[in-house]
Structures are given as structure tokens and as C-alpha cells.
Ligand binder design. Structure first.
Ligand SMILES: C=C(O[C@@H]1C=C(C(=O)O)C=C[C@H]1O)C(=O)O
Length: 355
């Protein structure tokens, strides 16, 4: 199928308010699309049917999904093309900056009281588009970030979401699994080498420790890699891979997801205390941001689930971009604000021709 036909099918689906998903896995050139033939709201608690799963931050065991059955399934190979990144500026809103830095300061104060080590706080940023163009969105999201899970999800129930996530929640293949601890953020250094502070290493170590502890009960083998620098668009993170074998009897995919989600990389640690802070103080509903998403296939016993980061929701001509960062006792509110501004670039690059 050529790209013009694919785009006309996607546009047609969108105009008829029919659900679809288009996604590309990291390091792959193949875009998969499931175009649902009706507007049924499909949900899953078993994660067994071949489908693309879309779960919110407030996941309670049930996720939205678009099954391949009952959908037109399209496999499309993206032509190789490198799009240049152009920094896009958004006006700094002093009121929003004051609100966010206050939230960060409150998180630091909470951490200093001692019952929570790390809290991930976040904010939505609205951006007005001249006009929304689904074809342009497709071309840019699928080309700009080859190491990410790039996607466009649409369902009349949830609206249109798009993102390029650098963070694996879990990959499974039979009982083998891979997950990752991703934290610490810097702008990508021009010489390609980033130097990380003790604060950034500490923050990332919280994530590794919390993930390995939570996986202990449901795994038979657990291995932790060396920590490396992971580039994600214009920012870089510290990353540790965690691999192993799941216990066959207890570790179903929904169970593994409930154990891992929300990870300390998007919520904090200990989880309940961090989540309480977020719910009481963040001041907005994260909805699908920092939820998880990706394809699952029971027959092949495989899944590729990602954390929904570097994403946005688009309604009419307004895109809402979501960004956050992990706070520890040594965080500096002004730096955290800057970090969220840097992270905004990932989706702003995608939207650039529509601004
Ligand atoms: C919360 C976000 O990112 C997470 C927080 C990070 C950090 O605190 O340094 C780094 C990567 C992600 O795990 C986001 O991008 O919105």
C-alpha cells in the first residue's frame, strides 16, 4: 500500500469518528495500523486478544484496546527520511511557572518529612495549532524518533492521542521479559557525552531498586545491567535494563503490569505515598499520560508495552502536551521547570509545521 492511500484511509476513519491505532516499534520501519470497523468500545482485563492496549495512569485492571480482529490491519514500511529538528519556542507563562515551581517546592518539602523518597510531578501545556493535519502528524511522529514507540491512537471515547515514548514498561516473549529503569534528564550534549551528577544517579537508582524489589515475587530469574545514557529526541536519560524469567504460574501479563505500574519513573517511591501527593496536589487529571500502551499477542505470547510519555492529546485545534519530572530532596524548582520545557520539545517538533 502506498502512503497516500494509507493516509486517506486514516483521514477517512478519523472523519467518520471510527477508532484506529497506528504505531511503530523502536528501531523498526514498519508501521502497523488497526482500523476498527465500528465504534465499539473494547476493553480488556486479560490482555490476551491480539490488540493494541491503551491504559490510563489510574489503571485499575481494565485497559482500552483496539483488537486486530474486526479491524482492517495494515502493515506499511516507512520510506527512510530524516527530518531536521528545529527548536520551537513556546511563550513562558509566569503564572504557570509560579504554580509549577510551587508544586515542586511542596514535593521537596514532603520528601524532607521523610515518608517518601521521590515524587514525579507533571503539568499539561496547551498549544494552539493553526490547523490540525492528521497526515502531517503521521509523517512527523513516524519519522522523528526512530528509537521510540511512536503512535497515533484515536477513539471517540478517549479522543486523539499521539506520542513517542522512550520508556519500556515491559517486553515479554514467552516467560522472558525485559523492562527498564529510566530517570535523570539532561539536554543532549553536542559532543554526544553527558555527565551525570550524584543527584541524577541517586534518582535513577531509586527507580532501579523499586522495580527490582517489586519484581522479586513474580520472577524466577532477575538480572540488572550496567547503567548507560539513553538518548530520546533532544533529551538524554540514565537507563538500566532489567531482564529475566517470569514465574509461569503467577505472572500473567495484567499481573505484571499491576506490579510495575505506575513505575517510580512516573509516580515515585514508595508508590502509595507518591501517588497520594500527586492526586492531592498536581491539580489536573493525567488521563492516559503516564499510563501504558502497546501491542499484545497471546498466540505469539509476546507483548511490547511502553509508558505513555512525551505525548499529547489533540482536540480540534488545541494540543495538550504533558511533561513531568522526578523530584528528590536535592531537586531545584527552577531546574525542574527548565526540564519540563526541554521535554516539551519532543512533541513541539512534531507539531512544528502546524504552529
Ligand atoms: C515524567 C516524565 O519522564 C520521566 C521522568 C524522568 C526524570 O525525572 O528525569 C525521566 C524519564 C521519565 O521516566 C515525562 O517525560 O513527562
Amino acid at each position: 500500500m502506498d502512503q497516500a492511500l494509507l493516509l486517506s484511509k486514516l483521514n477517512d476513519h478519523y472523519n467518520r469518528t471510527l477508532p484506529f491505532i497506528a504505531f511503530k516499534l523502536p528501531y523498526s520501519d514498519i508501521v502497523f495500523c488497526y482500523l476498527q470497523k465500528d465504534a465499539t468500545v473494547h476493553t480488556t482485563t486479560t490482555f490476551k486478544e491480539e490488540s493494541f492496549i491503551f491504559a490510563p495512569f489510574a489503571f485499575n485492571g481494565t485497559a482500552h484496546c483496539i483488537p486486530s480482529e474486526g479491524s482492517e490491519v495494515i502493515k506499511y514500511e516507512m520510506p527512510k527520511e530524516i527530518l531536521k529538528q528545529i527548536p520551537v519556542s513556546v511563550k513562558e507563562d509566569p503564572t504557570e511557572k509560579a504554580r509549577y515551581t510551587k508544586l515542586v517546592t511542596e514535593a521537596i518539602d514532603k520528601i524532607k518529612t521523610g515518608n517518601v523518597h521521590k515524587i514525579v510531578v507533571s503539568r499539561p501545556q496547551e498549544v494552539r495549532l493553526k490547523t490540525f493535519d492528521l497526515s502531517l502528524l503521521f509523517e512527523r511522529i513516524m519519522h522523528l524518533y526512530p528509537t521510540a514507540l511512536s503512535y497515533i491512537w484515536y477513539h471517540p471515547e478517549t479522543g486523539l492521542w499521539s506520542g513517542a515514548s522512550p520508556e519500556v514498561l515491559i517486553y515479554t516473549e514467552g516467560t522472558s521479559f525485559t523492562t527498564m529503569a529510566l530517570a535523570g534528564t539532561q539536554k543532549v550534549n553536542k559532543n554526544g557525552i553527558n555527565h551525570w551528577s550524584a543527584k541524577e544517579h541517586e534518582e535513577q537508582q531509586f527507580v532501579t531498586d523499586a522495580i527490582t524489589t517489586s519484581l522479586q515475587k513474580i520472577t524466577a530469574v532477575l538480572k540488572v545491567s550496567k547503567t548507560t545514557t539513553h538518548r530520546a529526541g533532544t533529551v538524554a536519560h540514565l537507563r538500566t535494563d532489567i531482564t529475566g524469567i517470569l514465574k509461569n504460574s503467577t505472572a500473567t501479563l495484567p499481573k505484571v503490569c499491576s506490579v510495575l505500574h505506575p513505575t517510580p519513573a512516573v509516580c515515585g517511591t514508595p508508590r502509595d505515598n507518591a501517588r497520594n501527593f500527586i492526586q492531592n496536589k498536581e491539580g489536573y487529571d493525567r488521563s492516559f499520560y503516564t499510563g501504558f500502551l502497546g501491542p499484545v499477542c497471546e498466540q505469539e505470547k509476546s507483548s511490547n508495552l511502553f509508558v505513555n510519555l512525551r505525548c499529547m492529546k489533540i482536540a480540534d485545534d488545541v494540543a495538550t502536551l504533558y511533561v513531568g519530572g522526578g523530584i528528590t530532596r536535592s531537586s531545584v524548582a527552577e531546574h525542574e521547570w527548565e526540564e519540563t520545557r526541554n521535554k516539551l520539545q519532543t512533541m513541539l517538533q512534531v507539531l512544528a509545521p502546524m504552529l
